[in-house]
Design a protein around this ligand. Sequence first.
Ligand code: PLP
Length: 466
Amino acid sequence: MEYISTRGSAPPLDFAGATLAGLASDGGLYVPREWPSFSKAEIAAMAGLSYAELAARIMAPFVAGSLDEARLLELCRAAYGRFAHAAVTPLKQLDEQQWLLELFHGPTLAFKDVALQLLGLLFEEFLARGDENLTIVGATSGDTGSAAIDAVAGRAKVDIFMLHPKGRVSDVQRRQMTTVLAPNVHNIAIEGTFDDAQAMVKRMFNDPAMTGRFNIGAVNSINWARLMAQVVYYFAAGLQLGAPHREIAFSVPTGNFGDVFAGYVAAKMGLPVAQLIVATNVNDILHRALSSGDYSQGTVTPTAAPSMDIQISSNFERLLFDLNGRDGPALAAQMAGFESTKAMILTNVQREGAAALFSSCRADPDEMSRAIRWAWEASGELLDPHTAIGLHAARASGIAREVPVVTLATAHPAKFPEAVERATGHRPALPARVGDLFERAERCADLPGDYAAIADYVAAHAVPKG
Ligand SMILES: *Cc1c(COP(=O)(O)O)cnc(C)c1O
């Protein structure tokens, strides 16, 4: 499979190249040249596969030319063998229509493990074929950092530099990063906010002094391989609920539009998706874009669902590209306009195309708490705040009774115990597999919120290009 940039001028790459590159050189995002698709009979034949087998079957067309299906299956078995539940992403019923797809059984208790555990293995596989090292640089407000660090710790030929805003991530989140003592893991606490950290990472991706010396890679969801791995669990849930013979709706707690874009890809590949509900908190740029065509950046309001406190959703660009006839130069102009004015109006074609599959819903803190309480009272399930926003949107969607609605449960409730306890009176316990987190030693560099200091630190610890 060949990958092309949404902005039309970066060179096409194969799957291995797109995985190692992250962002395209024209500032765009890589997407497959075409969507592979499965017939109804092919989807029906997937029933009963293990998660790893299903993953290899779904992803094989995307990796063709870079990996054969047998090797892909080995990597999937290794990645998903680390999950604490034999079903990897088990489905739970809440009432006659509502279901939860639990994506938090990986090592760091957030759905990001599903894609990042595989991505770590893909990096190692592709780097082993050449002489180069990879320098991953990322910023995190919590979940991405811990999942990415767990996925690449101790792997050959890759270093990871993860910036987090000092004092602004939870103790659990910080310790999940800083207690990983593998020599290729470099945690950096910076003075400032998440946006400051993110801005420094973006600057490094565009700094020729750094990109000329190091192969800088990405682990956030601009990396196509992450979205690809997330397509699998839409099929896993759909198959259990009667696909390909029955339509299923999904409600997705959304920040960067990565997870829900994977649902769009699943629909393109033939999964009968009745609707994709984009659930946001009060940081509602996507709800405004999908309901009125107004994609304009507001200021970030901190909430109990911090992974959704986002005002620019990088992966929305992939949808706009696909809906606009895949016209790279037109999208490059539209994005340049957005980057200079921080606002854009979707074209009619984009609005109508999105409306055919997507709906959206914004939950305020009260609605979030009520959804946590409802799930607890209706079925004894404790939900984290992100999942609760998804469930609120699912229940408010008004989808016909005969269509099952699956809410993606994106984090374990014990990652956000205060909000859960406030809503239900019950404090969720950390699973035993992370139980000794508070006894382990930590390692982290403290740096000022200053680009030169960060760049010097990375340059002093990373392996230069060969
Ligand atoms: C990252 C994250 C999200 C948002 O996912 P996107 O792919 O960025 O839309 C939602 N919930 C949790 C718990 C997350 O960690």
